[in-house]
Write a protein that binds this ligand. Structure first.
Ligand code: HEC
Length: 98
């Protein structure tokens, strides 16, 4: 019964692997697919709050809302976001969330 024994070993480990998966995914929410702009967003937009401020916005905010919100982060809250990043991030978030 060697073979059957080793199969049971893997079955016993399977739930552990499944339980560990969401922890690895939690770092970048699935709403933000990995790419150059994702890194920019993480770099520029997580100093003061979590990414959930971005990812939990209702869909359909629109390009203007995103670019106004990013300007607000800079003008009101003192975020350090160069102009070219502001536009790239606004475009990306509009593409993602509408
Ligand atoms: C210097 C700190 C700081 C940085 C950096 C920052 N934010 Fe914020 N953000 C805040 C504060 C404070 C609030 C809560 C007050 C508010 O809503 O204005 C907030 C709120 C928000 C909200 C919710 C606003 C709403 O009306 O629901 C969004 C969306 C947001 N930030 C997006 C961003 C994005 C995108 C970036 C990067 C481009 C960013 N933030 C970077 C300080 C910051």
């Amino acid at each position: 019964m060697q073979l059957a024994d080793s199969r049971w070993k893997y079955l016993a480990l399977a739930p552990l692997a499944i339980a560990a998966a969401p922890i690895a995914l939690a770092e970048v929410p699935p709403a933000l697919p990995p790419g150059p702009e994702t890194n920019r967003v993480i770099e520029r937009c997580t100093a003061c709050h979590g990414l959930d401020y971005l990812t939990k916005q209702p869909a359909g905010r629109g390009a203007q809302w995103w670019s106004r919100t990013i300007d607000d982060m800079v003008d009101t809250h003192g975020a350090d976001i160069p102009d070219e990043d502001r536009k790239a991030i606004a475009d990306y978030l509009t593409r993602q969330f509408g």
